[in-house]
Design a protein around this ligand. Structure first.
Ligand SMILES: *Cc1c(COP(=O)(O)O)cnc(C)c1O
Length: 391
């Protein structure tokens, strides 16, 4: 489109302005169907499952922001992810990073298997392991980076190269970064997926998914699936998402800055066993993350000594909502073991470092000093309940 900077593109795209009235927000086209002029000439739209002007504005916006050829809006992040997997056929195989989002794990292990689509979970931070596990029938390599909740970093460019050499597609779940901080399509990925429920919408008020295909051919196949399966996002939610996305840059930059301060504080606190944060220079994936993303994001995970410590911490925290989800204006504290990763069997969960003492904090827009004070007092309560760990 234009060569404007990302922040400007969030606000100004041609489809945002209503051609007829000049309205600066995309109208809500609450219409399931469209009048056609004659038997011989159909207009651009015919039925809203196949296309709707409000949804189209959103789909064009995300395609522009991710640098792809075509965007798609889905009823949820999982609708986007599972629709993408509909590109596969019985007998195909997917290679998946082992610490994917719990819902993706469930679709891969319990739904795709019903259709004869096989999978292997691997440590995708390891390029040799990745290359070694590609099979002749592998069609997709599925990446989540930083991963949820332990924030491991996968080299998108490296994996995409392995995928291309083997005729596979590369899918990247870019929920934690958004295109503000990471552009997987520029790094060689074929399809970007989002739970737009998180940072893109940003206000804990909508459940939505987005996908962007790099090239036209894949875009065509995704459009066919979106229309065939009918996994579309409703008009009002498209509008809410368009509205939320306008402030993505200021929200995510501010939250990321606070997250950095909080991560550093937690790192130096004796009651914390480990902090997972890709902005630490000593994080194993730091050099790769620095190369492929422009920020560490607003999510910090950390491990307390036990479930009881986590319980005390959660009970004492006053500011964040204690809830499933992330990426909102309000800070959200989650307990992955029974929230985001409840769908994962205990053994699998623990193998991935999602232990009973692990908590995840998605930092919002509160004043960071208030958040730090809140964390500090909650950790005092944790420490009073158990002996201090000396490191
Ligand atoms: C939340 C989430 C999803 C699922 O999205 P929904 O909108 O809840 O369906 C997928 N991937 C990641 C990384 C998520 O955080």
């Amino acid at each position: 489109m234009t060569n404007h900077e990302f922040e400007t593109k969030l606000l100004h795209q041609p489809q945002f302005r209503d051609k007829q009235t000049g309205a600066v927000n995309v109208p809500l086209y609450y219409s399931s169907t469209y009048h056609q002029e004659s038997i011989d000439e159909f207009g651009q739209f015919d039925y809203s499952r196949s296309g709707n002007p409000t949804r189209q504005a959103l789909e064009e916006a995300i395609a522009e922001l991710e640098g792809g050829s075509r965007g798609f809006a889905f009823a949820s992040g999982m609708a986007a992810i599972s629709s993408a997997f509909m590109l596969l056929s019985a007998g195909d195989h997917v290679l998946v990073s082992k610490d994917v989002y719990g819902g993706a794990f469930r679709v891969i292990t319990e739904v795709l298997t019903q259709f004869g689509i096989d999978h292997t979970f691997i440590d995708m931070t390891d390029m040799d392991e990745t290359a070694r596990n590609v099979r002749p029938n592998t069609k997709v390599i599925y990446i989540e980076t930083p991963s949820n909740p332990c924030l491991n970093i996968t080299d998108i460019e490296g994996v995409a190269k392995i995928a291309k050499a083997n005729g596979c597609l590369t899918f990247v779940d870019n929920t934690f970064m958004t295109p503000l901080l990471q552009k997987p399509l520029d790094l060689g990925a074929d399809l970007v997926l989002h739970s737009a429920t998180k940072f893109l919408s940003g206000h804990s008020d909508v459940v939505a998914g987005l996908a962007v295909a790099k090239d036209e051919a894949l875009g065509k196949r995704m459009a066919f699936i979106q229309n065939s399966c009918g996994t579309i996002l409703g008009v009002q939610d498209c509008w809410l998402l368009l509205r939320g996305m306008k402030t993505l840059s200021v929200r995510l930059k501010q939250s990321s800055e606070s997250a950095r301060e909080i991560a550093q504080y937690l790192h130096h606190h004796p009651a914390i066993e480990e902090v997972y944060y890709p902005g630490f220079s000593f994080h194993a994936g730091y050099p790769i993350h620095k190369r492929q993303a422009t920020g560490a994001g607003a999510v910090v995970s950390f491990r307390l000594a036990s479930k009881n410590c986590a319980r005390i911490f959660v009970n004492r925290m006053k500011i964040p909502v204690f809830a499933v989800s992330l990426g909102a204006v309000e800070s959200i504290l989650s307990y992955p073991a029974t929230m985001s990763h409840a769908a994962m069997p205990v053994v699998e969960r623990e193998k991935r470092g999602i232990t009973d003492g692990l908590l995840r904090l998605s930092v919002g827009l509160e004043h960071v000093d208030d958040l730090l004070a809140d964390i500090k007092q909650a950790l005092v309560a944790v420490q009073q309940s158990r002996p201090v760990i000396h490191r």
